[in-house]
Every structure is written in C-alpha cells, then in structure tokens.
Write a protein that binds this ligand. Structure first.
Ligand code: NAP
Length: 170
C-alpha cells in the first residue's frame, strides 16, 4: 500500500494559479481589484480540463458557478456545506484526496488556501500586476525558493502593466 501511495503522489502536480499586485494584494471586498481580460483567458486556458481547488470565499466570489469544464473542489470548515456543481472538502488534504487520480491540481485561491497549499506546491503560475492596489486579501511567498522558468510582459489597453511568470521550486 505504501508503494501505491508513493506512485500516486509522485504524479500529482500542484500548481498555484495566482494574480498578485506588487504590494501583495490579491483581493478586495470579495473580488479581484483589477480587470485584466487577457489574464482571465489565461486562467481559463491553465485550468480547463483540470481539478481546481478553492476556498469557500473564492467560490462565493465566482460570477458563474461551478467553473465550467473543471472539477470544482471547495474547501470549507462548515459541516454540511454543499453547493450544486462543487465537491466539498474539509481541508486541503481532503481536497487533494478528493482530486483522486488527477495529474494536475490547480489551486486557485484565495489567500487562505494559497497559504495552506504553498508548502505542497510544485509550480506557481503567477500574474504579476505591476502596481499597488488597496485590498483586504493578501498573499506572500519567498521568491528565493522559486526559480523563474518563463516570463511574458504585457499591458492592458488602458495601460496597466502585468507579467505572466512561471515559477518552479529550486
Ligand atoms: P478564501 O481562501 O477564498 O476562502 C477562505 C475560506 O476557505 C475560509 O473562510 C474557510 O471557509 C475555507 N478554508 C480556508 N482554509 C481552510 C482550511 N485549511 N481548512 C478548511 N477550510 C478552509 O478566502 P480569502 O483568503 O479571503 O480570499 C478571497 C479573496 O481573494 C477574494 O477577494 C477573491 O476575489 C480573491 N482571489 C484572488 C485571486 C487572485 O488570483 N488574485 C484568486 C482567488 C481569489 P468557511 O468560512 O466556509 O469555513
């Protein structure tokens, strides 16, 4: 049984999909404080066909629930919480168990869930938003523990600069 478990875990790749301002802000009043249409498309491209794990507050923030063409797992401490189209999990570990044999688990926020998943993550698909924003949801991680393997820089039509950065451990 131990060997079977080792094989299973060796294939489970955990990715944080995260958009963050330069001051660490990721959210404000239950929403994302900027509007970058291209980043929404990238989010979709990165997550479609995969399992997404999110905190209950991020689930509540979704305009369209569940996220289509993805297995949606929602982490909550509320016993008996359920929602149509979501699998409920009581912890990050429970969420990863419920991801079953998925090869790729995409952790899509928010702050509390990123913090819970950071130590387990293999990869971060980061959108750096080049500005400081007001917010009430933050995230931080030690960049020195991560190696940048890709970077692409862009600007929105109204001039907000942002970069897609892929980070792997090491
Ligand atoms: P969150 O992480 O989305 O959800 C927090 C909730 O998840 C908790 O209240 C609890 O739900 C549950 N939870 C968290 N950790 C848990 C654990 N270890 N075990 C069991 N349940 C756990 O909330 P947040 O940190 O406030 O983030 C939400 C904000 O981030 C919003 O503004 C959203 O728009 C933003 N966001 C930004 C991005 C981005 O990339 N910029 C991505 C996603 C979200 P219960 O209260 O139900 O027990």
């Amino acid at each position: 049984a131990a060997m079977v478990l080792a094989v299973k875990w060796s294939f489970l790749m955990i990715t944080l999909v995260l958009a963050m301002a330069e001051n660490g802000v990721i959210g404000r009043d239950g929403a994302i404080p900027w509007r970058i249409a291209e980043d929404m498309k990238r989010f979709k491209a990165l997550t479609v066909g995969k399992t997404v794990v999110m905190g209950r507050k991020t689930w509540d923030s979704l305009p369209r629930k569940p996220l289509p063409d993805r297995a949606n797992i929602v982490v909550t401490r509320q016993t008996g919480w359920s929602a149509a189209g979501a699998v409920t999990a009581s912890s990050l570990d429970d969420a990863l168990d419920k991801a079953g044999n998925a090869d790729d688990v995409m952790v899509i926020g928010g702050g509390e869930i990123y913090r819970a998943a950071l130590a387990r993550a293999d990869r971060i698909e980061l959108t750096e938003v080049h500005g400081a924003f007001d917010g009430d949801a933050h995230f931080a991680f030690d960049r020195a523990s991560w190696r940048e393997v890709a970077r692409e820089s862009h600007k929105t039509p109204d001039g907000l600069a942002y970069s897609y950065v892929t980070l792997v451990r090491g």
